[in-house]
Design a protein around this ligand. Structure first.
Ligand code: XMP
Length: 585
């Protein structure tokens, strides 16, 4: 299928949100590097240049070919995309006197064309410091904000448009309207995209790629690999699909049984559980540093996978590997120039690269976004219980079971207790690794609002937790040296299972995007650990906000969690991302 719209990627994940929005409006869109040869885009109905973190005047910043603007194809530049367009066509871009982050009021000079349907004063979402000072010749300004005099420009003749704000985020009230104006009004797109209707085509592709061979899957229990596996069963028949589930010992309670049941549910042929608990826990023994834990788990995963692949035969025949890779992963791992921003994905390790080179990989979801994968899953009647699962990190409970090298006590300060357990944060695009601040207040909306101020006031912490209950006074709490042990993992598993069960029953689980439960080595002589609750709202995990929960649920949870042997206190993470990350490690 030829995309009607191409979104040009100028860095980060921004481009995917734009492409997702375009597809939600029923138009097939793909994502390409910003400097793709312009001539290859001549048959598109429209081009969108995404936002990105760079400055157009910095050396080596992402760029586009100038010919792009002379194709006669409408172009919409968003944020950095606007600045790039202005810079390329003879306008001026410079650092603003101050930044503009979050909600802003757009004053609209001309509510026609791209901004049709906009009010004179319109709430929009901004995230920038650079701004267009002078639009290029031929362009006129169509909107401003108090901070950014050139917030939207257009050259109607050449069909070139640019906006400084982000129409792709939900906080821009009429963002969807703007995209509709561009796609249907300006580009003349016609609806051609419905993921549900892709099912027969994907099945045909799977059959063609498999070409009589069997398919092996590493099942994780996540939505993507399960839907991909179910698709292969549908396309090839159960007897030709073999799924291996690796039990790392870092899974949640009942996870192995859940995955087994799900695979049974769609009539999967061979489902094999490989017990690698001893290997993973052995490698992690005594390790406390978060990045090192992640690294060890990644490496061990590769070793176990390669060992299984080397067995060579699955279902007594020639085989290829099936994977649940989805569109953003396909793009990210494609060897882009912005590789420094990108994590190595499990789906692209060396043994798997070799299989790719030998054409022995099938990735039925490689062109789809997560929400589209869910649509396919529902079409295939996979259970909601699977499709609505919260995201769960690859390294499993290991990154939610915090460790410590040394003993230390909590320290009183005017704002609260400094707890000497360090966690990861993200401030101004950099990683921080700092202690947390504990306050003796209940986690209400009001206290959550104050958390950000507390962190801005002091540079020694990056996260704030509220204490909800405990067996002893917090002043006596101590951090003890601890690593990952079966005993601690079991404690965390129990706490996580209780939280999941109670929040599911109360409906709270369905209201939040994710709800990590974290174990930290803070307690007293009889009880070495504490449990942290971390429910959050998010759209894509890139940013997140802390969420308060109903008092009744919180009180009931605290009472149940304090019954777990070895648990001293129950705490509640009230920090947004940024400045904290969602996970603690
Ligand atoms: P952070 O903690 O970076 O998390 O704010 C953002 C989202 O990513 C998930 N996460 C991971 N997912 N492998 C994954 O597949 C990982 O190593 C990993 N680390 C974090 C996290 O659960 C959240 O949804």
């Amino acid at each position: 299928m030829t995309p009607q719209i191409t979104v040009l990627d100028t860095g980060g994940q921004y481009c995917h949100l734009i492409a997702r929005r375009v597809r939600e409006l029923g138009i097939y869109a793909d994502v390409q590097q910003s400097d793709v040869p312009a001539a290859t885009l001549a048959d598109r109905r429209g081009i969108i240049i995404s936002g990105g973190p760079a400055s157009v005047y910095a050396p080596d910043s992402p760029t586009t070919e100038k010919e792009l603007y002379a194709l006669g194809v409408p172009v919409l530049g968003i944020c950095y995309g606007l600045q790039l367009m202005a810079d390329s066509l003879g306008g001026e871009v410079a650092l603003g006197d101050k930044g503009e982050y979050g909600k802003a009021t757009l004053h609209v000079d001309d509510a026609s064309g791209l901004l049709a349907g906009f009010d004179a004063d319109e709430p929009v979402w901004m995230s920038h410091r650079d701004q267009v000072r002078t639009p290029p010749p031929g362009f006129r300004r169509t909107a401003t904000t108090a901070t950014c005099p050139v917030s939207a420009i257009e050259d109607g003749e050449r069909k070139l448009y640019g906006v400084q704000f982000h129409p792709e985020v939900v906080h821009t009230l009429r963002g969807r309207r703007l995209l509709e104006n561009f796609l249907f009004g300006i580009c003349g797109c016609v609806k051609d995209w419905d993921p549900q209707q892709q099912l027969p085509e994907i099945e045909r592709q799977v059959q063609a790629i498999a070409a009589g061979r069997n398919v092996l899957f590493f099942a994780s229990g996540g939505v993507d690999s399960t839907v991909a596996s179910a698709l292969c069963v549908r396309a090839l028949g159960a007897e030709r699909v073999h799924a291996v589930y690796v039990d790392t010992g870092l899974m949640r309670e009942g996870e192995t049984e859940f995955v087994e049941k799900t695979f049974e549910g769609f009539g999967h042929g061979v489902f094999e559980v490989v017990d690698a608990r001893a290997e993973f826990l052995g490698q992690l023994a005594g390790v406390t540093e978060p990045e090192r834990k992640r690294h060890i788990i990644g490496e061990e995963f590769v070793r176990v996978q390669e060992r299984i692949l080397e067995r060579g035969r699955f279902l007594d025949g020639e085989w290829i590997l099936g994977q649940g890779t989805i569109y953003p992963d396909t793009i990210e791992s494609g060897g882009t120039k912005k590789a420094d921003l990108i994590k190595t994905h499990h789906n692209r390790v060396a043994g798997i690269q070799r299989l790719m080179e030998a054409n022995r990989i099938v990735e039925p979801l490689r062109d789809l976004y997560k929400d589209e994968v869910r649509v396919l899953g529902r079409t295939m009647q996979l259970p909601d219980e699977l499709l609505d699962r919260h995201p769960f990190p690859g390294p499993g409970l290991a990154i939610r079971c915090l460790c410590s090298d040394a003993a230390a006590a909590v320290e009183a300060t005017p704002e609260g207790w400094v707890v000497p357990v360090r966690s990861v944060g993200v401030q101004g695009d950099s990683r921080t690794y700092r202690p947390v601040l504990a306050v003796e207040e209940l986690p209400t909306e009001e206290v959550i609002d104050r958390a950000t101020h507390l962190i801005n006031q002091r540079s020694d912490v990056n996260r704030v937790i509220a204490r909800c209950g405990g067996h002893s006074p917090f002043s006596e709490a101590q951090v003890r040296p601890s690593a990952i042990t079966e005993e601690r993992l079991d404690r965390l598993r129990r706490a996580d299972a209780i939280v999941r069960e109670m929040s599911e029953q109360s409906g709270f689980e369905q209201q939040v995007w994710q709800f990590p439960v974290v174990l930290i080595p803070l307690g007293d002589a009889a009880r070495p650990d504490s449990v942290v609750l971390r429910p959050i709202y998010s759209v894509d995990g890139m940013t997140a906000s802390a969420v308060a929960m109903p008092d009744g649920l919180r009180e009931a949870l605290v009472a149940r969690l304090l019954e777990i042997p070895g648990v001293a206190h129950v705490l509640y993470d009230i920090t947004h991302k940024p400045p904290a990350t969602i996970e603690w490690e």
